[in-house]
Design a binder for this molecule. Structure first.
Ligand code: 5GP
Ligand code: ZN
Length: 113
């Protein structure tokens, strides 16, 4: 658990100091449900490495993220979804630890993703 920051909410979630609804954990990444979901299943995938912005992340950590997102999309069965990623306050980043949003777009009639 090197590379984590003491004063970061998401680093605390990785360490288990703040509870989260975990979906998948790998050696390099951690995926959990967003506390304020934009749709059912809204998930955040984060590296186990404290960096604020995507370009500051080592390639090895970056490369682990999308396969995790792919596994979750398949597991929860969402066919339509957005992957979003904000870098910096001007780009609406609120939590300053790199994170990827997986936001399912449920079918309007069935409610299924
Ligand atoms: P951003 O605007 O930085 O891209 O998105 C930050 C996301 O983190 C928001 O969707 C917000 O709901 C989520 N979030 C902030 N604090 C917590 C928390 O303590 N736990 C969880 N599960 N999600 C959080
Ligand atoms: Zn952090």
């Amino acid at each position: 658990m090197n590379h984590l920051a003491a004063d970061c909410i998401f680093c605390k979630i990785i360490k288990g100091a703040i509870p989260s609804c975990k979906l998948i954990e790998t050696k390099l990444s951690y995926a959990f449900l967003d506390i304020g979901p934009l749709s059912p299943g809204h998930t955040l995938i984060i590296p186990k490495f404290h960096a604020q912005k995507m370009h500051e992340l080592p390639d090895e950590h970056l490369a682990d993220i999308l396969p995790v997102a792919k596994k979750i999309a398949i597991a929860i069965g969402c066919t339509d979804y957005n992957i979003l990623q904000n870098n910096g306050a001007l780009a609406n980043q609120e939590v300053m630890h790199v994170h990827f949003h997986l936001i399912p777009k449920p079918d309007a009639e069935t409610g299924l993703g």
